[in-house]
Design a protein around this ligand. Structure first.
Ligand SMILES: C[S@@+](CC[C@H](N)C(=O)[O-])C[C@H]1O[C@@H](n2cnc3c(N)ncnc32)[C@H](O)[C@@H]1O
Length: 225
């Protein structure tokens, strides 16, 4: 993030403006609100409430680590085992992550060491336990090179928007994501663009359009049949 700028979003939580892509990592209407609505409620809690007690999560775009942090907190709260794989091509440093205000905004100072570790860990195929329920590993790769040797129950698809990264929202990318999911697996994302939804359908997904977070009428949950 060296050149990324910290911005305070409308719910008081920080986001970053990417100097590389010229866009923010989260909605300016509220970073924490967006993460809770799109990834936690529509993804993690949706699967948990459908009976899952153990979940393999793949995140496309670790970024600030907010989605990972919230999933760690919620897996502890609901005693749900999570195996979390975060993909990130351009990781921010742990020192830069320490400047973000998520721990104070969420009143979870007890997670300070874990949040630092999420950013401090190197690329590894092995998971590191960050709590009794949450195991984490990071792959510093381009999402376009993800191996399709493992399958996941949930994909948090949090790439920058199609106008900034068109190549990550194509039919062939969505086919790769479909191949990475286990049966009944879900991909959740803030994006609800028409061409993207057509790409998901072409890959074989069934779409659950859902109301989006503040500032966004719709978001997408795509289910592997
Ligand atoms: C919208 S931000 C992710 C926000 C993040 N989930 C969070 O909670 O802060 C998109 C992320 O994808 C990363 N990224 C961009 N292109 C990538 C690629 N081709 N492969 C892997 N990561 C990529 C960016 O560096 C950025 O961190």
């Amino acid at each position: 993030m060296a050149d990324d700028t910290i911005i305070v979003s409308a719910d008081g939580s920080h986001t970053l403006e990417s100097s590389r892509f010229g866009v923010t990592y989260h909605s300016r209407h509220g970073a924490i609100l967006e993460s809770l609505t799109v990834f936690l409620s529509a993804g993690f809690h949706h699967r948990r409430l459908n009976g899952a007690t153990s979940l393999k999560v793949l995140e496309m775009g670790l970024g600030t680590g907010l989605n990972a942090l919230l999933t760690l907190v919620e897996s502890d709260r609901f005693k749900t085992s999570v195996w979390y794989t975060a993909i990130e091509k351009f990781p921010i440093s742990a020192a830069d992550a320490d400047r973000l205000n998520y721990l104070s905004e969420l009143s979870i100072q007890s997670y300070k060491t874990s949040f630092h570790k999420i950013h401090d860990l190197s690329h590894s195929d092995n998971y590191t336990s960050l709590s009794d329920y949450f195991r984490f590993r990071k792959w510093i790769i381009d999402i376009q090179e993800i191996p399709s040797t493992e399958s996941y129950d949930i994909i948090y698809y949090d790439a920058f928007a199609p106008n900034a990264q068109e190549e990550l929202w194509t039919p062939s990318m969505m086919q790769r994501m479909y191949d990475c999911l286990s049966p009944s697996g879900v991909l959740v994302t803030y994006c609800a663009k028409g061409s993207f939804k057509r790409a998901l359908k072409a890959a074989g997904f069934k779409l659950d359009p859902l109301p989006g977070p503040p500032g966004k009428r719709e978001m997408t949950r795509a289910v592997k049949l």
